[in-house]
Each structure stands twice: as structure tokens, then as C-alpha cells.
Design a protein around this ligand. Structure first.
Ligand SMILES: [Zn+2]
Length: 267
């Protein structure tokens, strides 16, 4: 019995292994034998909770406003489109990144050297910052463009900080692909009034009051307004604005719709 096993093993080494190695060699034009290494693509580690991506159709919303719907779709418009709807139901492809990212400091906004934004909004942001400054309002940026991979880290960071409480984290942090920050047109503002921190204290600043009154004139609108959690799926974020262009922002304001509903009407 053992003899048979040994013979099988020897046969294996003599015939099978050399053949496998031969598979990975070929002779190039110079008659040299080249050993071909297996080509392995290193996929980025993505810990996004598994979601099903299907074709775009309408589905009912849930009563628990922070929850993601059972079925997730890809965004109907391209990520470059200023009116693309990105929310808990519609996610951007993990491969999407804007092609015209520039430093936010090009607009003159304070702390802008730390962040990137799309070039398409820089002129309007410059005008907005100058206008605010001329009225004694200080604005700074505390977050701008975030890649899909950065959002993986961001979401996981909040999970780790909150005992892996997914339901709680989903009230304020977007899962990868679902963040407007991946568009390069979303800005988290802060102000010297609150020492440039990111968070709820921004709502009591003059900077916040000024943005509520004026941001739309420069194409910026608040994404997650107060009292609309059940529509947007996020807690009130006084600091988070998205650029949709001056004409669209004016149309949205005149329609009386919040950004979420305005974009739903366009997607
Ligand atoms: Zn934000």
C-alpha cells in the first residue's frame, strides 16, 4: 500500500509539476525562455456592507429614516453632472472620481490648502468667500473631496468610534459610494467663530446664518436641512453644502424644494 502511494507521489512530481511550470513559460522573440509570473490585481480592501446593485427603478422609502433601502442602485446621472442624485438609494461607482480636482485654496477659502474641490466651482466659491469677507463673515473649509477609499476609512472610523453601531453611524456618516464628498462638489464649512471645528456648533455662527441667506446666489445649497431627516436620511448638517451651479440653485430656491427633492425631480 505504502509502495503504491510512493509511486503515485513520484509520478506526480515527475509529470504533473513540470507541466504546471511549463504553463508559465514561453519563448520570446530572442529565443529566451521567459518565466511568466501569475498576474494578480490587488483589489482595494472594501469593507462596505454588501449591497445589491440593480437597474434603476423606484422603490418605497422606509420609516426608519437613517436606514438604507433594501435595494441600492447606481446613480442615474454621471458623477460629473452637477445634478446627479447621490443618496442612500443611489450610489456612485467605486471607480468614480472627478477629473478636474484642484486645491480648495485656489478660491481663497481659509484652510483650503488641505482639501481638493472640483475646478468647476472655484470661481463661484471665490466670489462667495470675497462677499462673505466683505461683510465681516469668516468661512473656512474642514472637508472637501473624499475618494471612495477615503470614505471607506471615514465610515469605518466612525464605526470603530461608536461600538460598531451601524444604525447610529448611518444617521450622520455615508457609506462608501453614497457620499456627496466623492463628487468633489460638497464642502463642510466652519469658521474662526468656533475655532474651525466641524460639527453642530456651526449652526449658531454668523457664518452659518450668512450661508443660509446667501449661499444659493453662488450656486451652493445645504444638503441636509433641519427637520428633513426622514427625506434625506441624515441628521441636520448645518455645515454641509453642495455646489449645483447658480442657475440650478436659484431654480431650487424658487421651487421651495430641499436639495434632495429637487434632485429627485431631476433624476
Ligand atoms: Zn460633509
Amino acid at each position: 500500500m505504502i509502495k503504491i502511494l510512493v509511486i503515485i507521489l513520484i509520478l506526480f512530481f515527475f509529470f504533473f509539476l513540470p507541466q504546471k511550470t511549463e504553463d508559465m513559460k514561453w519563448v520570446n522573440d530572442e529565443n529566451e525562455v521567459v518565466v511568466k509570473k501569475p498576474f494578480v490585481i490587488k483589489e482595494p480592501i472594501d469593507s462596505t456592507p454588501i449591497e445589491q446593485v440593480k437597474n434603476n427603478v423606484n422603490t418605497p422609502t422606509t420609516n426608519d429614516w437613517w436606514k438604507y433601502p433594501d435595494v441600492i442602485y447606481e446613480t442615474k446621472r454621471n458623477g460629473n453632472d452637477l445634478l446627479v442624485l447621490v443618496n442612500k438609494q443611489y450610489k456612485l461607482p467605486s471607480t468614480y472620481a472627478p477629473s478636474d480636482l484642484v486645491r480648495a485654496s485656489n478660491s481663497g477659502i481659509r484652510r483650503g490648502e488641505n482639501y481638493y474641490l472640483r475646478n468647476i466651482l472655484i470661481t463661484d466659491l471665490t466670489d462667495m468667500i470675497n462677499s462673505a469677507n466683505s461683510e465681516g463673515i469668516d468661512l473656512s473649509i474642514v472637508s472637501g473631496y473624499r475618494s471612495y477609499q477615503t470614505q471607506v476609512s471615514t465610515y469605518n472610523y466612525w464605526l470603530s468610534k461608536n461600538n460598531n453601531n451601524v444604525e447610529y453611524v448611518d444617521t450622520f456618516s455615508a457609506r462608501p459610494g453614497h457620499s456627496q464628498h466623492q463628487l468633489g462638489t460638497a464642502i463642510d464649512f466652519s469658521s474662526s467663530e468656533i475655532g474651525d471645528v466641524l460639527g453642530d456648533s456651526f449652526s449658531n455662527t454668523n457664518a452659518s446664518k450668512w450661508l443660509i441667506e446667501n449661499a444659493y446666489k453662488y450656486g451652493f445649497v445645504i444638503s441636509y436641512p433641519k427637520g428633513y431627516e426622514s427625506v434625506t436620511g441624515y441628521k441636520y448638517e448645518s455645515w454641509h453644502y453642495r455646489y449645483i451651479g447658480k442657475e440650478n440653485a436659484l431654480e431650487m430656491k424658487n421651487s421651495g424644494m430641499i436639495l434632495e427633492n429637487y434632485l429627485r425631480s431631476k433624476n
